[in-house]
Design a protein around this ligand. Sequence first.
Ligand code: GRF
Length: 214
Amino acid sequence: MHGGKKRVGVLISGRGSNMASLIEAAQAPDYPAEIALVVSNRPGAGGLARAEAAGIRTATVDHKLFPDRASFDEAVGQAFVQAGVDLICLAGFMRILSDGFVEQWTGRMLNIHPSLLPLFKGLRPHRQALDAGVCIHGCSVHFVVPELDSGPIVAQAAVPVLPGDTEDGLAARVLAEEHRLYPLGLELVAGGQARLEGGRTVLASGSRTALGLA
Ligand code: GRF
């Protein structure tokens, strides 16, 4: 803890638009978290410049420089521990983390996935949604567990699938909701209103619903 706020480490691989929405939300004085460090596995990721422009410390841990997954994960974990991070947020992070790393951060690591989990896990969820012909799609903030995109859900937001939607059009509609939902999900966990217990998300009684309605 640091002045009552949870210290958050954000892991990115790309442009970092979800990271940017977390940075913006954390600027509110009463937000229960502060962004302590942004780490990218890709040198030159666009999100690094966005974080630096916001005055947030950044680091690059280039996965190509490590002999195996575990040693890369170890270097990432050390960077976060040295920065006094309490919670990790994966934001457009495109690597699979080792079971050991995930277990070390059980209940303290969140991800946002652009589908209504457990539907459409993995890559190209919007393509999967269009191929499945669903009418409702959306995004999910969840605790990270070793199995990909399978951890207990903290919050979800829904969007309609409209006639003629393309993969890019649907992705953009979902992304706008991600930018609203991730700060809400992090707030619930950092504020102690949602926690991982017995493999499930437990909401403190009376806390706001985890349904990300506008
Ligand atoms: C977003 O749809 C996110 O849900 C997924 O990657 C996309 C890009 O995220 N994980 P960002 O703009 O890099 O935050």
